[in-house]
Design a protein around this ligand. Sequence first.
Ligand code: OAD
Ligand code: ZN
Length: 275
Amino acid sequence: TEKNATSIKRLAKLVKNPNAKVIFMVGAGISTSCGIPDFRSPGTGLYDNLAKLNLPFAEAVFDIDFFEKNPEPFYTLAKELYPGNYEPSNFHYLMRLFQDKGKLHRVYTQNIDTLERAAGILPDNLVEAHGSFAKNHCIKCHKVFVQEIFEQAINEDKEFLKCVHCNGLIKPQIVFFGENLPSLFFSSWDDDCAKLGEDHIVIVAGTSLAVYPFASLPTEVPKITNRSLINLQRVGDFKNNPRKSDVIYLGSSDHAAEQLAAELGWLDDLKILTN
Ligand code: OAD
Ligand code: ZN
């Protein structure tokens, strides 16, 4: 649309500032084109498709109290969600391009699919706010469990795993409802937020901003820093407390990535990464 075209031009102009540094805040919407469903999109989202797991409520599958009593639904789902043969999207590679061009300050992701790593975002630039499947541990004594054994178990439909030390349940280090986010999330955001100035741009993409504390990040961005939302619809603080300076793109994150890359003269670089 015309509004989106204007937004891409405005965003490109901000990025072209030689001192520009970008912080991305992303969610499941940037991975739907990779074949991974998001959580809350009506019909296609995960929470609308959990009927077969017989849950009391959809989000119970990621609820720590529920998991302790009945780990089976999560193990069933983990098998489907386990990072496998998924390829990063255009949008993941656009973030990588910001890194290559020296314009990336940080990526905050709620996703557990590890596609930011796959796209080449460096560990120092990445905050996996809801953890990932990369490690797992005992929920009682917190001892780390060997990854390969967990992988084998979910792929072979074995009994769910128990800790050899204390018989506690083994669970990937993804953050469940009722659990704390990793301390790196809070320390990084404290540092980053304090530094945000007029040369920074915060780009929020592919998230419903429904889950806290992540959803409060865009709200905490100081007024001198430009914010942008790239999403199918307006969400969170962009809906409830819009700022005049907000740059809003309503549509697919991959289309936005291509259009922004084109506007910045980065389209060839993007094509090399996505091929
Ligand atoms: P949601 O499913 O809540 O929101 C995804 C958002 O992305 C929605 O607003 C969609 O409209 C939008 N969207 C979908 N496809 C898109 C596309 N191709 N381009 C642009 N936007 C698109 O997912 P999250 O906000 O990531 O927690 O959910 C937050 C947390 O809730 C997740 O991290 C997860 C869940 O419970 C855990 O797994 C611990
Ligand atoms: Zn244990």
